[in-house]
Design a protein around this ligand. Structure first.
Ligand SMILES: NC(=O)c1ccc[n+]([C@@H]2O[C@H](COP(=O)([O-])OP(=O)(O)OC[C@H]3O[C@@H](n4cnc5c(N)ncnc54)[C@H](OP(=O)(O)O)[C@@H]3O)[C@@H](O)[C@H]2O)c1
Length: 346
């Protein structure tokens, strides 16, 4: 008799990495159940095709959101409501694993605590009662130096998960391609590439959606990834923003042109918004978004050496085959579509 496939409950299946992870799980013959909300909320919510709703497109209907997850079972409900999770999500059935690529779409403190922390706490409690014995959580490498609300929210859930007694694989990824592709169009239009400082303040090991998805799905099978916090980047050496710009110009056969933006400009914006935010709460949220921008302008997405306080490319593990420069080449040839990232500073 053929053994029945393992059942995996997926959160965040409509996001960039969630969609790729569902495909990776289906390729490995898992029985995948995705729990999604009927419609994405406002803010920077994107359609499954990656087009920003803020850009004017209508919010996709529930059926359309489910269509991109073909091959998986899609259930609708509210992950922030424990009753809905049990009734509409797990439905009293048995599951083997929970995989979460879910994260706040806005990064605002309120949303981060509601989604990155509390919704995950709800899901973990519900999952345990259905037999789930392993949780794979997509996190971010930046939580190793937490300065922002969303990083504290992620860290707090990481701790809850590690102390829960359920086996865990916490995957702290470096930068995604979408977060590093915001300037491809402006360079194609002949504009300069914007960098903070001289463009070498930070570096990262970019990882493709597909390579990260494979790594996440592989956590269910690779014993060595159990009960581990796993920082992970893509193949090759770390790249700086300056190198990204230089590669784009050479790809397009243009002379490199950079515009240097002082970090002090972000500090000034943060100062003004923080002061105004004491009176207008909406501006306090904007101040936090500016702080997120400053963080990514000045902190590398690499493993941090606690002894020296330095970011260490060699200590940052690599996986996969696709490089950011492969992706840029695909964008330049019009074979790939850009998707603006939540962590894109420009
Ligand atoms: N961007 C980077 O460079 C980078 C680097 C390292 C790590 N990360 C981390 O990777 C993770 C995933 O990134 P991503 O780009 O794949 O995220 P994403 O595209 O923004 O997707 C977020 C997912 O979470 C879901 N979600 C958000 N709020 C929800 C709510 N209230 N209820 C139900 N579902 C909700 C979204 O559903 P809807 O479709 O319904 O909105 C979506 O499926 C994040 O934790 C991020 O911090 C990002």
């Amino acid at each position: 008799m053929t053994p029945s496939p393992k059942r995996v409950f997926v959160l965040g299946a409509t996001g960039t990495i969630g969609r790729a992870t569902v495909q990776a799980l289906l390729r490995r013959q898992y029985d995948v159940v995705c729990f999604i909300r009927p419609r994405a909320a406002g803010g920077g919510a994107r359609t499954a095709g990656g087009a920003a709703r803020a850009a004017g497109g209508a919010a996709p209907a529930p059926e359309e959101r489910a269509r991109v997850l073909a091959g998986a079972t899609v259930r609708f409900g509210d992950v922030q409501d424990p009753e809905s999770l049990a009734r509409n999500g797990f439905m009293g059935e048995r599951f083997d694993a929970l995989v979460s690529c879910m994260a706040s779409r806005t990064g605002s403190p309120q949303d981060a605590w509601a989604v990155d922390y509390q919704a995950h706490v709800n899901a973990l409690a519900a999952a345990r009662s259905t037999g789930v014995s392993h949780v794979v959580l997509l996190s971010a490498i930046c939580v190793q130096k937490p300065l922002l609300a969303f990083q504290h929210a992620k860290l707090k859930f990481e701790k809850t998960l590690m102390e829960s007694g359920v086996a865990y694989s916490i995957v702290r990824a470096t930068a995604f391609f979408k977060s590093l592709s915001g300037q491809v169009e402006r360079v194609k239009q002949g504009k300069p590439f914007l960098v903070f400082g001289d463009g070498t303040l930070t570096a990262c090991k970019p990882i493709s959606d597909g390579d990260l998805a494979e790594f996440l799905a592989g956590c269910l099978e690779d014993e060595s990834r159990r009960n581990r916090v796993l920082p992970i980047g893509g193949p090759g050496d770390a790249v700086t923003p300056r190198q990204q710009g230089e590669y784009l110009f050479s790809l397009l056969g243009r002379e490199p042109r950079f515009r240097h933006v002082p970090v002090a400009l972000l500090d000034a914006i943060i100062g003004v918004l923080s002061t105004a935010g004491r009176v207008v709460p909406r501006l306090a949220e904007k101040a936090e978004l500016a702080r997120i921008g400053r963080y990514y302008a000045t902190e590398s997405m690499l493993v941090l050496d606690p002894e020296t306080g330095r970011y260490d490319s060699a200590a940052t593990p690599s996986t996969g085959t696709e490089t950011l420069f492969d992706f840029y080449s695909g964008l330049a040839r019009g074979e790939r579509a850009p998707e603006r990232g939540d962590h894109a500073v420009f």
